[in-house]
Design a protein around this ligand. Structure first.
Ligand code: AMP
Ligand code: ZN
Length: 115
């Protein structure tokens, strides 16, 4: 499994820096964002280092489907039943700050801080 030693999210995957994990399986990790926009704000990431959505190819179709499919399951498990948003920022113009593919999954009762 490819990892980038300088990548903060690879370090979370490896347990080298702490994170409040909500879910983990062979392919994915979900953890709570340190600056949540919403009452529940998860980041759902592949364990393998993929920098951005630009780097994905057909070989990642199942992984991407797995990521999207986990979003409603995680929200339900965390008691978010009224709706949620999913967001993937890509590249500089897409305001991606951490170059390891991640899906924001945000939910919970309004008002939210952002979004
Ligand atoms: P983006 O702008 O899509 O790249 O979002 C990156 C997100 O990662 C931001 O919402 C940050 O608050 C969040 N973040 C950065 N470092 C950490 C960390 N160590 N643990 C949890 N969330 C983080
Ligand atoms: Zn990484």
């Amino acid at each position: 499994m490819s990892a980038d030693p300088d990548c903060i999210f690879c370090k979370i995957v490896a347990g080298q820096i702490p994170a409040k994990k909500a879910f983990e399986d062979d392919e994915l990790v979900a953890f709570h964002d340190i600056h949540p926009w919403a009452p529940v704000h998860l980041l759902l990431i592949p364990k393998m280092h993929i920098a951005t959505l630009y780097e994905v190819g057909p070989q990642h179709d199942a992984l991407l489907g797995h990521m999207l499919g986990m979003a409603p399951r995680l929200m339900r498990q965390l008691g978010v039943l009224g709706g949620f948003r999913t967001l993937i920022n890509t590249g500089a113009d897409g305001r991606q700050e951490v170059p390891h593919l991640h899906m924001h999954v945000m939910g919970g009762p309004r008002p939210w801080l952002k979004g």
